[in-house]
Design a protein around this ligand. Structure first.
Ligand code: ADP
Ligand code: MG
Length: 462
């Protein structure tokens, strides 16, 4: 539809300059949500080209990148963008050839070949910041830490070493630390499964498979991050399996990370899974409060030193961050950075109230989405009822109205279907939900009290 409208008419729906999304903020959130690796590989170079009332046009460097993003990340990206602007309903991608960066295989550039031959294959953002000495050890990650250290002195002792945890618990940090430590003396390769796949596909397209194989099979220590990415990707698994075997045969150490144990990688070939379980499998558990506070304090010191800043944060701020932002260490560090930005601008440590304000969207985002139960609780307490009353079969108006409002909000603010919502209201029929929604829509126009209640409830909800 958009294509056939004359440009001038299309432009009417363009968002005014001053109301445009702040793309840098969106990118920052992408980075947090997708993780550094996916961000660096695919998302960093996306630009906001145009913004309309209900959709945005984003530019990507190549068709390949576009297809990749659309099939994997577009839904999540839209969610993130919506968290900044509710009105955006879809994304459009535009291929901007000028944007293609020198995105070649590492060995296709003369200058880099030497660095690869010399020491560490560091094209995969081998970060100087994630070292053993700044990895804070506690009960939940001690085993993983010890094993990782051991690999560096005594190669192929546990082979492979398989570390798993949920996101943001320090897997990549540890893997990176191994690379930094061992990379001085051994030919170390550190790559995410996602990048491995990327180079693999490119190599096929460019007829460079021989180079590809040589490169990956020459490592003494081969570290591959986020192997769960290979789930269901048959061609890649095939290649990985051969790489894996070739490496083991040479006596090279392999280190693998994943967001789940090998046994739960359900779409990975059985022979690979059993190979991966053949060494040492270790998990990292979520850190407890004490460890979280320690990590925060250590990050804070690092930032202070690196940027030669001279501000301080109150103890209650650390405690607040460690208590409120529990989902992952990554989120917690992200939250810390926000708080620091505040202290820098205001030249003082924020108090708890200010922290809450600064981190509003952060914490909401963590607590995840609005659901029917949440709405029922909120509505019940707003009308001084308990949830049982709200869900009961009684039809007195003092119960029926709040109930209808709750159904209306559930329809508007969750993705549950009408029958689903009905079920959650003591197995009512979906026609009852439809009736409730219509009724409240009418009343919002006619009845000021209802209008006010709905408005206030929405405010609390969002
Ligand atoms: P994962 O790979 O498990 O998703 P990362 O290694 O990317 O997690 O960790 C996310 C962030 O948290 C990084 O900034 C990392 O340095 C930090 N982090 C996680 N655990 C620790 C720890 N024990 N000590 C210091 N920093 C940590
Ligand atoms: Mg990681």
């Amino acid at each position: 539809m958009t294509e056939i409208l004359p440009k001038a008419i299309q432009d009417i729906h363009l968002v005014k300059e001053e109301n445009l999304l702040n793309w840098n903020n969106v990118l920052e959130k992408f980075k947090i949500n997708f993780g550094n690796d996916i961000y660096e590989s695919w998302i960093k170079n996306i630009n906001l080209k145009k913004e309309f009332n209900d959709h945005v046009v984003l530019s990507v460097p190549t068709r390949f990148v576009r297809d990749w993003i659309v099939s994997r990340y577009a839904d999540k990206m839209l969610d993130v963008i919506k968290s900044f602007k509710k009105s955006i309903q879809r994304l459009e991608f535009l291929i901007d050839e000028n944007q293609e960066k020198s995105d070649q295989l590492p060995y296709s550039k003369k200058s880099k070949i030497t660095s690869i031959e010399n020491s560490v294959l560091n094209y995969n953002r081998f970060s100087p910041n994630n070292r053993f000495d700044n990895f804070i050890v506690g009960e939940s990650n001690e085993l993983a830490y010890t094993a990782a250290r051991k690999i560096c002195v005594q190669s192929a002792h546990y082979n492979p070493l398989f570390i798993y945890s949920s996101v943001g618990m320090g897997k990549t940090h540890l893997l990176n630390a191994i690379g930094l430590e061992a990379g001085n003396t051994k030919k170390t390769m550190f790559i995410s499964a996602e990048r491995f796949m990327y180079y693999f596909v490119r190599s096929i397209k460019k007829n460079e498979m021989v180079k590809f194989k040589d490169l990956f099979r020459s490592a003494n220590i081969f570290i591959i991050d986020d192997i769960q990415f290979a789930n269901g990707k048959e061609a890649m698994q095939e290649e990985f399996f051969h790489t894996f075997n070739a490496l083991i045969e040479r006596g090279s150490q392999i280190v693998i990370s994943s967001d789940r144990p090998p046994s739960n990688l359900d779409r990975i070939q059985e022979r690979i899974r059993s190979r991966m379980s053949g060494g040492l499998v270790i998990d990292i558990q979520p850190p407890d409060l004490e460890l979280r506070i320690k990590i925060l304090k250590s990050k804070f010191q690092e930032i202070k030193t690196n940027f030669r800043e001279n501000y301080d944060l109150g103890d209650e701020v650390f405690k607040f961050l460690a208590t409120e932002v529990k989902s992952s260490v990554r989120e917690m560090v992200g939250a810390l950075n926000r708080v620091l930005a505040f202290s820098k601008i205001n030249t003082k440590s924020p108090n708890i109230y200010e922290c809450k304000k600064i981190l509003k969207d952060f914490i909401n985002y963590n607590n995840k989405s609005i659901n029917v139960e949440l709405i029922q609780n909120l509505v019940a307490s707003y009308f001084n009822l308990n949830v049982q009353e709200l869900l009961s079969p009684r039809r007195s108006r003092s119960l029926a109205r709040p109930r209808q409002i709750a159904m209306y909000l559930a329809k508007q603010h969750t993705t549950n279907s009408l029958p689903d919502i009905g079920r959650k209201f003591s197995n009512r029929d979906h026609t009852t939900v439809i009736h409730a929604v219509k009724k409240i829509e009418e009343l919002i126009i006619k009845d000021n009290d209802i209008k006010k209640s709905v408005f206030e409830l929405k405010k609390k909800l969002l």
